[in-house]
Design a protein around this ligand. Sequence first.
Ligand code: GAP
Length: 446
Amino acid sequence: MIKVPNNKMDKIINLCKRRGFIFPGSEIYGGLANSWDYGPLGVELKNNIKNEWWKIFVQQRTDVVGLDAALIMNPKVWEASGHTGKGFADPLTECKECHKRFRADQINTSESCPNCGAKESFTEPKMFNILMETHLGSVEGEKSLAYLRGETAQSMFVDFKLVADTMRKKLPFGIAQIGKSFRNEITPGNFIFRTREFEQMEIEYFVKESDWEDYFHMWQDQMISWLTHLGVNLKNVHFEEISEEKRAHYSSRTIDIEYDFPFGQSELYGLAYRGDFDLKTHMEHSGKDLSYTDPDSGQKIIPHVIEPSFGVDRSLLVALLEAYHEEDAPTADKDEAAQRIVLKFPKWSAPIKVAVLPLSKKEELTEVAKSLYEKLTKQFACEYDETQSIGRRYRRQDEIGTPYCVTIDFDSLTDKAVTVRDRDTMKQERVAINKLENYLAEKLIA
Ligand code: GAP
């Protein structure tokens, strides 16, 4: 049995590396602090989360349309939005002894340094802008300053008029986007929780000012449903009203959706009422009319915005934390310990849906198993594995959260049936090969 660490975060990080979910970034060069690469199973899990979110919040709704905008925008966008100024800056302080930097709002600067223990050693906090700079152009000296976007939201404001006009949308309606954002975070850490490069799934929902409260509540409910769908137990979730002084510069009301992470209660998602701040500021700075003409009254108005914002990486982290179980699992297989680690993902998010496992490497079995695998893999994300004992192979599939294992044994050659093992109950059922695809399709949709 593999040695697993005690702390739940360390267990997850360990499992993620061992099983191909998430690797430390640039590892062969000694890594790059707080950068992570999603491996073959991680990218499947992440894509499942993004695709499901898109299906629920864009494709299955009549009032939301999608966008995939350029990640590097005209720098004037970020000046207008307030991101180049104080609005997107964190207070930075440094320990004079060990020179480690901290966010002044996250530590008590009158206490000793959490890194080296030095007393009263902090510098006066300075505001540090976290927008990430880049330079465009190839000729040295002629390169122009640009920014990697700090949130996906801005392009949805900048393109508001184009989307509203081309899609002939009436209020209330939303624009959704999934994509990378970048922030020069002072204190990245806790695995994929806070990184400098991350993904967001955001909706800017445009409403009439008088309706904002109703839609704020509607989106809060939608976010709760999504969390349940992701497999999150709501007893681990908290809704924190953010006070005016702690709110982002654009927000008139914010609720942080926080989660009991192993390192403490912290922000998972955010829900903000951005008022008409963004459309107004882009109108002023661009000189372009971004108003909306109400078809009923003929009046020109500037829509107000409700913004549910979901971090992709944090979604994936809570999906892993919620799915992770250690269980007693007595086995007849002498090679196997009587404990198992199992990721009980909702079936829709599991990176691999079906594992095809011939009981032995004998050709008469592998031939049948391989042809079954080739057939099934056209419909479901499948794995084929013929190495090690069947007990070990079940344990491996449990650890990556595969809902069904299909085992081909010597009886299969005569009775034309296979054994299907359920990840959660570990119960096994004999299913005719010619009924297997329908059987799995029904189970995986349920
Ligand atoms: N458009 C609003 C906005 O960007 P935010 O609260 O700064 O609001 C929204 O970010 C979400 O993006 C967060 O709730 C979190 O899920 C995710 N997020 C923000 N910064 C992150 C970081 N450094 N690493 C990983 N995820 C992050």
